[in-house]
Design a binder for this molecule. Structure first.
Ligand code: FEO
Length: 400
C-alpha cells in the first residue's frame, strides 16, 4: 500500500526507506537504514523530483501513482544521476512514455550511459544554470552544484514556496521514522552525527564546491530544504547551514582530542589510554577514542572532521603501518581534511617504521601541524616513557 507524506499544499514525499541495506554505496554501514527521498509537485503540471534506489521500487511506484490519482506525470527533474536516486528513471519512463525529462547536458550523457530506453530528443528539456520551469503556480529555478557530489549535480529552487531541493546536500544516513520534518525529531541527538558521517564520507572531499553552492544558496530566500536522504528542514535552517559551513571549510567543531589507535596485543592501546588519561588530568573534555580495527573507518573520519586535534597511534606491521590504520590515513588524506593539529605514537618490537610512514602520509594534509616529534614505544609502555607521554599531553594542551 502507498505510504506518502504531505509536505505543503502541493508537495508530497513519495520516497521510501531501506532498513535492510547493510552497506550504503557498498562501503558505509547504515545500522539505522537510509531513506531515498523523491518529491512530487502537484501543480497545473505534475513534476517528480528525482526517483529512488532500485531496492524500493515497488513502494515508490505505489506512492507516485497514489499521489497522481490518475493524472499524467508531465515532468521528471533529475538533480542527481547516482543510482540511489536515478535507478527508477526507466520505470517512470515506461509508465509515462510521454514524460519530459528536465536535466542538464552532463546528466543526459549519464542517462545514456546507464540506461537503454529510447526517448525522443524533444522529450529532454536541457537546462542551464538559472533556467526556469513554470508549472502553473510554481516557478522552478535550476542551480548547478558540480561535485556536490557528482559533476552533473544541480539543485532546484521553487521560488513560489521558497523550497530548495538540495540533492545530496543536507542529507543524512538513517531511515525516516514516521516524521518527515527535522523539527519533529530530536535531530541533534539522533541524527546530527549521522548527517556528519554522511557529509564527510560522501562529499567531504569537495569542500570548495560545497562552499560554492552555499554561496549561491545564500542569495536565495530559503524556507525549506528537501534533501534526497533524511529529514526535511523547515525551522532553524541556520543550525544545519552552520554545520555545512564548518564541514566544507574543514573547520573543527570541537576543541578537543580524537585518538585513533591500532593495537595488536595491547601495547599501543595502553599508550593511547595513558595519553588520554593525562589529557583528562590536564582538563581536556570530550576526548574521543577509537580502535581502528573495531570501528568502521567512516565513523572515525567523521570525527576527524569534528575534532581539532588528532592523535594517531599505530603498531608497525609488515614493516609498514598496521593495515586498518593505513586505510584510515589514506581515507583522511583522500577526503582532503585540513586545518588540524596532529600527533603520532608508533610502536614496533624490533624495527619501528610506521611513525615515519604515517608522518609522510599525513604531511599531505593542507594547513596541518604536527604538535611534537613522534613518541616511539617498543612492544609495551614502560615507566621510562611516562615523561614522553606527559610531554606529549602537555604539548597538545598547550596547542589548544
Ligand atoms: Fe545519494 Fe550521490 O547520491
Amino acid at each position: 500500500m502507498y505510504n506518502t507524506k504531505q509536505i505543503t499544499t502541493d508537495l508530497f514525499w513519495v520516497g521510501a526507506n531501506d532498513r535492510r541495506i547493510a552497506l550504503f554505496e557498498s562501503v558505509y554501514p547504515v545500522p539505522t537504514g537510509v531513506s531515498y527521498n523523491s518529491y512530487l509537485l502537484m501543480d497545473e503540471k505534475t513534476v517528480l523530483l528525482d526517483t529512488v534506489d532500485r531496492a524500493v521500487t515497488h513502494q515508490f511506484m505505489e506512492n507516485v501513482e497514489h499521489v497522481l490519482n490518475g493524472r499524467h506525470l508531465d515532468y521528471l527533474i533529475i538533480n542527481h544521476m547516482e543510482p540511489d536516486h536515478c535507478a527508477e528513471i526507466p520505470t517512470i519512463v515506461a509508465k509515462y512514455p510521454d514524460i519530459k525529462i528536465v536535466c542538464n547536458a552532463k546528466t543526459q550523457t549519464m542517462i545514456k550511459q546507464f540506461f537503454d530506453f529510447d526517448l525522443d530528443e524533444n522529450q529532454y528539456m536541457l537546462v542551464k544554470e538559472g533556467d526556469t520551469l513554470n508549472t502553473g503556480k510554481h516557478n522552478l529555478t535550476f542551480v548547478f552544484a558540480p561535485m556536490v557530489h557528482w559533476p552533473e549535480v544541480m539543485v532546484t529552487y521553487d521560488t513560489t514556496d521558497k523550497i530548495l531541493f538540495s540533492a545530496d546536500a543536507f542529507g543524512a544516513f538513517g531511515a525516516i521514522d514516521g516524521n518527515i520534518f527535522a523539527d519533529e525529531v530530536d535531530y541533534d541527538h539522533r541524527y546530527m552525527d549521522e548527517a556528519r558521517r554522511y557529509y564527510t564520507n560522501i562529499v567531504g572531499k569537495y569542500g570548495p564546491q560545497v562552499q560554492a553552492l552555499l554561496k549561491k544558496a545564500s542569495n536565495l530566500d530559503i524556507k525549506m530544504i528537501c534533501p534526497l536522504h533524511g529529514y526535511i528542514w523547515r525551522k532553524n535552517l541556520e543550525v544545519f547551514i552552520d554545520k555545512y559551513l564548518k564541514w566544507s571549510s574543514y573547520t573543527p567543531e570541537t576543541n578537543s582530542v580524537l585518538i585513533a589507535y591500532a593495537s595488536v596485543y595491547g601495547g599501543t592501546q595502553n599508550a593511547a589510554e595513558i595519553l588520554a588519561t593525562k589529557l583528562a588530568q590536564r582538563g581536556v573534555k570530550d576526548i574521543k577514542m577509537y580502535d581502528v580495527s573495531t570501528t568502521h573507518l567512516s565513523y572515525i573520519l567523521s570525527d576527524a572532521f569534528k575534532y581539532s586535534h588528532i592523535v594517531f597511534a599505530s603498531t608497525t606491521y609488515n614493516n609498514g603501518i598496521f593495515v586498518n590504520m593505513e586505510n584510515l590515513l589514506h581515507d583522511v588524506v583522500a577526503h582532503n581534511l585540513q586545518n588540524r593539529k596532529i600527533a603520532i605514537i608508533e610502536n614496533g618490537s624490533w624495527a619501528p617504521t610506521c611513525g615515519k610512514l604515517m608522518t609522510e602520509l599525513l604531511s599531505k594534509l593542507k594547513n596541518t601541524e604536527f604538535i611534537s616529534s613522534n613518541v616511539m614505544i617498543k612492544s609495551a609502555v614502560k615507566q621510562d616513557k611516562a615523561e614522553e607521554l606527559d610531554n606529549l599531553a602537555q604539548a597538545i594542551v598547550s596547542s589548544m
